[in-house]
Design a protein around this ligand. Sequence first.
Ligand code: PDD
Length: 286
Amino acid sequence: MSQFILYQDQIVPRDQGKVDIEDRGYQFGDGIYEAIAVYSGELFLLDLHMKRLQRSARELSIQLPYSIDHLTDNLNKLIKANAIDDGVVYFQITRGAAPRVHYFPDKIPTVLTGSTEDHLTENDRTKGIRTTLAEDIRWLRCDIKTLNLLGNVLANQKAHELGVAEAILHRGDTVTEGSSSNVFIVKDGKLITHPADHFILNGITRQFVIRLAGEIGIPVDERTYSVDELLASDEAFISSTGNQAMPIIAIDQTEISGGKPGPVTRQINAAISEKVKAFRKAAVSR
Ligand code: PDD
């Protein structure tokens, strides 16, 4: 747990962050968030995260309380206060506190809070992860990064109870994404991933993987694919801020890629590592 937190516009000791019991984030999940990777003390793919934040805010008519530059300054202060070298910064903005009505109350100040994690993931990319399938029971605006995550929480709890790392969601026959990640499959040397529509969150790592695949000449098909295609894939991986491209080695009882990370997934990870290495080098020399 981070010692210091971001509370509105201030970096304060954790116990000084107070949120009203009628905060709409607490009562309705009425808010938005971002989780950004930190490498060598600096925010990775920051612009893409901030663009997504602005989009989420727009879609829900939530007014951002500070400029992106000001917010970024505060996130950097938070990283320093908690002495984070490699980890994750999490922050959220709720619509604020007001007597409980479902519609948006007039003119209430939003509530911004943030914290840090001092590590990126518990999973090992050289070994990969086991996963399970779960029906996607979420609402139809999964493209907005909202605090309303119960569908994701229930699916992830199922995975946790089975002792596996991630739940892969499907709506009927169509694979959408992971409970907190995007899902790629590899078939005949090509990457396939669900298109960025309202059924999935357009992950920043997903966008990054697609860009890198283009750079290293791996074709990418953004199209829907079925559970059967997933189970018959040559390789599969999840992508997320903490996990980068994490190989999937099993889906329930079905082994993927012979139970080990496959060559295309390893190639993607090598490309990500190169970019992170260059980013670290620049961060250290600043
Ligand atoms: N989750 N899909 C869902 C449903 C997610 O919750 C996430 C990320 C992603 C991947 O997005 P990105 O590459 O931008 O991290 C896809 C974050 C990490 C979380 O909730 O903690």
